[in-house]
Design a binder for this molecule. Sequence first.
Ligand SMILES: O=C[C@H](O)[C@H](O)[C@H](O)COP(=O)(O)O
Length: 231
Amino acid sequence: MDARQMKIKAAEAALEYVENGMRLGIGTGSTAEEFVRLLAEKVASGFKITGVPTSERTARLCLELGVPLKSLDELPELDLTIDGADELDEKLRLIKGGGGALLREKIVASASARMIVIADESKVVDVLGAFKLPIEVNPFGQVATRLAIEKVAARLGLTGDIVVRAAGDGPFMTDGGHLILDASFGRIPDAEALAAELNAIPGVVEHGLFIGMASMAVIAGPQGARKLTAS
Ligand SMILES: O=C[C@H](O)[C@H](O)[C@H](O)COP(=O)(O)O
């Protein structure tokens, strides 16, 4: 089974949790896009859901494939969000934001009664941090914000480069008009402490640590999909 087939396997297994009539948060990324394709097939066969996309990219795909959408302001309480992740541990702590959608993803997941993560086995780690932690920051004062991040990270024993994510010749801009700083901490033994410290820095808009948000993950491997619930 290749990487794409595993993403499809995870998406298929997660689709079983989507019920007729649900208000559904729809994630961003290559795994979430496989989910959108399968969901669109169900919608075409008469299944009714209303989706709230977590990015412009996901919105475009949904519209192209005929998945009905509303904004989060039109539908501020959701039944379920299904989204991918860049890394997750056995306690369902996640790193997200590899695609730059972490802010809307976190807002949509927070507005949902339940969040299910879809991923392949390669994303499951013992300790978060091999994937660079995306931190969304306001462009104003970005250098001061980066220094503040470095200071709180050092207090927690974390070091490593923190660089502005690029796109083409310029910086990558999120759907909200912010920058992403990618922090190469390596290992983040106390993700809760880091999340709290980052939340307290004014220039940080949001960060990619999703803690206590997912209730289940569907993990696809060569043998099929398994469920992971927070331990
Ligand atoms: O910003 C992007 C999201 O957090 C994605 O869900 C995450 O990067 C995983 O994407 P993929 O399924 O492409 O690995």
